[in-house]
Design a protein around this ligand. Structure first.
Ligand code: ZN
Length: 333
């Protein structure tokens, strides 16, 4: 059976998997992303190559590979991807990588087919390949973490576009977004939004159990702190999650109206708060989307929270080389 490597380069950690063609994970590994504070591409790319070599050299990876040949390497990274040239045009959290000829450098180093794709897109492909999206052909995956990413599976295949759902404008003259615009969905429904909303309410003097957390330092509040306090019955914390769910529901209603999807799958680091979010998401999206389009849409949890991106990157690599093989077969006939 063929095997591929999936590598998901994040702003904090890089995750690696070795996966077989049926989606079985044979070896996985996570490490802090090397070179994340590099000044330029000449500095960071060799470090990324080095971290992948380390994963391949691991005993467990070597034992799983055995005498089989690797089919290739799929790489996911946050940002806008230039698929034609295999580069990252604009990464939000690893700016040194912008413009680096990632695909050609990895091809030269590893002598294997390489696919570069956006991190939320590989997550979406992972859900289609072996996750909650297996039985759907048209769905959107939202990755709800520090920010809000999106990927779209259209007719069973990954839609190769930006799908920057987090930067859909949802509030005119709304909160500032690091993308440079105002009122983006990500500024209302993401880990960052939850922290901002909590801190600004506390600064205005809203009473809340949150005042007692983090040794009294409200600037240390995390989405998890707000989640725990919501479970303890704190009304501000509950309201913050309700509001995030409401905004997500608005964004999802827009997606349902635009794309006519069968499902929305939600994943990412904030998934632990699913129970606090889901009712409001469903209520708001059904209220706002066109009835005929919304009635059968399923809003469900990701099944692949751990390693979803790296698994999806390996899966996407398989799909790309299978496509390439069939093109060669067709031309041979
Ligand atoms: Zn934005």
């Amino acid at each position: 059976m063929r095997m591929a490597i999936g590598m998901d380069i994040g702003g904090t950690n890089t995750k690696f998997v070795l996966a077989a063609e049926d989606g079985t994970v044979l070896s996985s590994f996570q490490r802090p992303t090397l070179g994340v504070n590099s000044k330029n591409k000449e500095e960071i790319v060799p470090l990324l190559v080095k971290s992948l070599k380390e994963f391949i050299a691991k005993d467990r990876t070597q034992a799983a590979i055995g005498s089989s040949a690797l089919a290739g390497i799929g790489i996911g990274i946050a940002g806008l991807i230039d698929r034609r040239n295999g580069t990252v045009l604009q990464s939000p959290n690893i700016t040194a990588i912008n413009g680096a000829p990632l695909r050609s450098i990895f091809e030269q180093e590893f002598k294997l087919p390489i696919v570069i794709e956006n991190d939320a897109n590989i997550y979406a492909y992972g859900e289609k390949w072996v996750g909650a999206g297996k039985n759907f052909n048209n769905f959107v995956v939202l990755t709800l973490g520090t920010g809000l990413g999106g990927g779209y599976i259209y007719n069973g295949r990954l839609f190769e576009g930006p799908l920057e759902i987090g930067h859909m404008t949802i509030v005119p003259n709304g909160r500032y977004c690091p993308c440079g615009s105002y009122g983006c969905l990500e500024s209302y429904a993401s880990g960052r939004a939850i922290i901002d909303r909590a801190v600004s309410s506390l600064e205005k003097g809203t009473e809340s159990l949150l005042m007692k957390c983090c040794e009294g330092n409200i600037y240390k509040i995390t989405p998890e702190t707000v989640f725990k306090n919501a479970l303890d019955g704190d009304s501000l914390s509950r309201e913050i999650y309700r509001e995030a769910g409401q905004f997500l529901g608005m964004g999802i209603a827009n997606l349902i109206n635009l794309l006519g999807i069968e499902a929305v799958i939600i994943g990412g680091g904030l998934l632990g708060a699913w129970d606090l979010l889901v009712e409001e998401i469903k209520k708001e999206s059904i209220k706002r989307a066109l009835k005929h389009l919304a009635s059968d849409v399923q809003i469900i949890k990701s099944e692949l929270t751990k390693d979803a991106g790296s698994i999806g990157a390996a899966g996407l690599l398989f799909s790309k080389i299978t496509e390439a093989d069939s093109c060669i077969d067709l031309s041979a006939n």
